[in-house]
Design a protein around this ligand. Structure first.
Ligand code: FAD
Ligand code: NAI
Length: 469
């Protein structure tokens, strides 16, 4: 006999678990089907959280190793204990995933441990991890939140030991002598930085002519220069054609993206980081007539409705940025909609952060996007070197750029490359949410001396009222 719930959520990641909790808070009975041994999905288990733990530890290591003499602090014999470095990350992950389990219990969400597939739009069959199966039905809707997986490359076979995805890069047991990263995007630059700080030679091979294709190009150029200063090497306009393993190393064959003479490179470890693709494998979507788009994503209309009534989809599996906070926005908004509340989202104010040192954070449109859309815009830029707190801290790398609509000064995009960019971007997000102008930011008193003054100063530059540059 089937167990009946109001809502069934497939996937316990940052899209699915907040959807389940919010649905329970709104008075619905909920089951979340997750096959992984821990809740939290990609973000908590093999994504945001473990990568940020390793980024933080490796940043501390690099700072202590290289950055203290200027401050008069002498430290000798600094060494990284790699097993402890990895074990600490595992503890952080375990603590947070257990926390989600606790929240499920508190909110009376049932975690069904197994793999779900559709038998009908309102009925799922779950093959339980412990053996056996269960049939579950939903009276108010089924939410698909099955996320994404690493994209693969032809002739580059991942074994998660020598040829790895981000998941393997989060648990290497020793520092590779030469790490070759394929793809100069979020994962390549964050995890490439981690292992570079620990001493690896890192070569990044990128198909296009620069790093992070979606980033404002001026910011990307500054960021690229800084990464090179940190010792990362880049090969742009290059495509990998094959990776072959032999005697504990990997030979990579590559050639110019536009065609030309082939070359080879030896690596101890190769990290494949060429994007992620939606994951819908094994759901039996055909059986219920649910349609995918040309990229394998589930298209949705307002309220996260799929083409099948009563079936919704949220997170990485639908179009839009593949970011944890965006997936949570989707999940929560979707169940609010099912409960009859407002179900609109604005992805234009979803911030993006690359957690390198310095970090890059942005919201809204890039200069290239505004040009392409034919928008009449103005720019205000301010370098960290002219911010007094950056001087006090001894880190003046970076730049802030504000893009506004000409005539109204309404903020259309903010791009920050510099220390604590991740902590500063919420001011810009809030400003855009409120439809603020650079005048509003200029009139807002910023404490002195703080790094966020860089945003106010960029606003003053845009208004033609700069005093500190
Ligand atoms: P997922 O988190 O992938 O969850 C889907 C879940 O569904 C999985 O746990 C899976 O086991 C389960 N599942 C799938 N099919 C079934 C089935 N049939 N039955 C049962 N269970 C099923 N984003 C940020 O915003 N900030 C970051 O710093 C950041 N860092 C990242 C670092 C890395 C290395 C990676 C890989 C990603 C990072 N991301 C980051 C992206 C972020 O992790 C994803 O956007 C987010 O996790 C997607 O959430 P989701 O709920 O849509 O899917
Ligand atoms: P990405 O899309 O950020 O970058 C992939 C890069 O690989 C691009 O620069 C692309 O041009 C390049 N590329 C594609 N095919 C290639 C090929 N054949 N050869 C060489 N280069 C190639 O994807 P990435 O880094 O894998 O990350 C996946 C997603 O995970 C991100 O887009 C982001 O949504 C999310 N993420 C977010 C993080 C954050 O918020 N800080 C951190 C890590 C991941």
């Amino acid at each position: 006999m089937a167990d009946s719930f109001d809502i069934l959520v497939i996937g316990g990641g940052t899209g699915g678990y907040p959807a389940a909790i919010r649905a329970a808070q709104l008075g619905m009975t909920v089951a979340c089907i997750e096959r992984r041994d821990a809740l939290g999905g990609t973000c908590l288990n093999v994504g945001c959280i473990p990568s940020k733990a390793l980024l933080h530890s490796s940043e501390l290591f690099a700072e202590v190793q290289q950055g203290m003499e200027e401050h008069g602090i002498g430290i000798g014999g600094v060494a990284m204990n790699v097993p402890q470095f990895i074990a600490r990350k595992d503890e952080v992950v375990a603590g947070l995933t257990k926390g989600v389990e606790h929240l499920f219990k508190k909110n009376k969400v049932e975690w069904v441990k197994g793999s779900a597939r559709f038998e009908a739009p309102d009925r799922l069959r779950v093959e339980l991890n412990d053996g056996g199966s269960r049939t579950l039905t939903a009276t108010k809707g089924v939410i698909i939140a099955t996320g994404s997986e690493s994209s693969s490359l032809k002739n580059v076979e991942v074994d998660e030991k020598r040829i790895i995805t981000s998941t393997g890069a989060l648990c290497l047991c020793e520092v590779p002598r030469h790490l070759v990263v394929i793809g100069a995007g979020y994962i390549g630059l964050e995890l490439g930085s981690v292992w570079r700080r620990l001493g690896s030679e890192v070569t990044v091979i990128e198909f296009l002519d620069g790093i992070v294709p979606t980033m404002d190009r001026e910011i990307a150029r500054h960021f690229h220069k800084e990464l090179e200063r940190q010792g990362l090497k880049f090969r742009f306009n290059t495509k990998v054609t094959e990776a072959r393993q032999h005697d504990g190393s990997v030979t990579l064959a590559f050639e110019p993206a536009a065609g030309g003479a082939a070359e080879t490179l030896e690596a101890d470890v190769v990290l494949v980081a060429v994007g992620r693709r939606p994951y819908t494998h094994g759901l039996s979507l055909d059986l219920i007539g649910l349609k995918l788009d040309e990229k394998g994503r589930i298209p949705v209309t307002e309220g996260f409705r799929t083409n099948v009534p009563g079936v919704y989809a949220v997170g990485d599996v639908i179009p839009g940025p593949m970011l944890a906070h965006k997936t949570t926005l989707d999940g929560v908004t979707c169940v609010e909609g099912i409960a009859g509340r407002y179900a609109g989202v604005d992805y234009n104010t979803v911030p993006e952060v690359i957690y390198t040192a310095p970090a890059v954070a942005s919201v809204g449109q890039t200069e290239e996007e505004l040009k392409a859309a034919g928008v009449d815009y103005k720019v205000g830029k301010f370098p960290f070197t002219a911010v007094s707190r950056a001087r006090c801290n001894g880190d003046t790398r970076g730049l802030t750029k504000i893009l506004t609509e000409a005539g109204t000064n309404r903020i259309l995009g903010v791009h920050i490359f510099g220390a604590d960019a991740d902590l500063m971007i919420p001011e810009a997000v809030l400003a855009m949410e409120f439809g603020a102008t650079t005048e509003d930011i200029a009139l807002t008193v910023h404490a002195h001396p703080t790094l966020p003054e860089v945003i106010k100063e960029a606003a003053l530059v845009e208004l033609g009222r700069a005093m500190h540059i």
